[in-house]
Design a protein around this ligand. Structure first.
Ligand SMILES: Cc1cc2nc3c(=O)[nH]c(=O)nc-3n(C[C@H](O)[C@H](O)[C@H](O)COP(=O)(O)O)c2cc1C
Length: 190
């Protein structure tokens, strides 16, 4: 059966924003093997009113921009109202990927804290399923390839995020990794 994935977009930008654009890239990688339904929490952030959609989902994508070092207020409101679903079958053991956008600073902290919350709610975090994309990366990746770029998250890495989410949904272990700079992580770059 085709798995059902719900994309919970907690950004301020909504359907027209940067987070939605990044999430759409992820959705394109997911959709051949899953049906993806997007919920814009900016419009509907009350988890209670979304309970049947959430309960009906096999997996999730949580997406948000970075706003003063935090996730969006629609995501915060959603998490607050989702408290009564903590540890319930709505979440328990269901895999979740996370997409965060930002200009330059704070998004990895948002990702790590959000993944911590999701794990505590009862969700399952597949390997390499949390992705942060910044304007800084976007600009740095423009033009010809340069040394050191392989350590930057790029939109193509969303194929790996999609694969690992789908693999977890299927109960498999054939996870993939995005490119990493193992050889020169400690290099002098200034
Ligand atoms: C109120 C506000 C606060 C922001 N704070 C940060 C920040 O702390 N760090 C950062 O790198 N970008 C920050 N940004 C930029 C956004 O994170 C970035 O543009 C993101 O992609 C917005 O997603 P959206 O278009 O889906 O809302 C901020 C943007 C706004 C509107």
């Amino acid at each position: 059966m085709t798995p059902r994935i719900t994309l919970l977009d907690g950004s301020l930008g909504g359907a027209e924003g940067n987070t939605a654009a990044a999430a759409a890239r992820l959705t394109a990688h997911l959709e051949p093997r899953a049906s993806v339904r997007a919920v814009r929490l900016r419009d509907t952030s009350d988890a209670g009113s979304l309970a049947s959609i959430l309960g009906d989902s096999d997996g999730f994508v949580f997406a948000t921009g970075t706003y003063w070092d935090s996730w969006g207020s629609p995501m915060q409101r959603f998490l607050e109202t989702a408290t009564e679903l903590e540890g319930s079958l709505v979440w328990l053991g269901k895999p979740a990927a996370v997409v965060v956008t930002m200009h330059s600073v704070g998004g990895k902290g948002v990702l790590s804290r959000l993944q911590g919350v999701l794990c505590t709610l009862g969700l399952l975090l597949p390997p390499m399923s949390g992705f942060v994309y910044s304007l800084a990366n976007h600009l740095a990746l423009e033009g010809p390839a340069r040394d050191g770029q392989e350590d930057l998250w790029r939109l193509d890495d969303l194929a790996v995020v999609a694969h690992n989410l789908l693999e977890a949904l299927a109960g498999g272990r054939d996870f993939r990794a995005w490119p990493v700079d193992r050889a020169e992580a400690g290099r002098r770059w200034i």
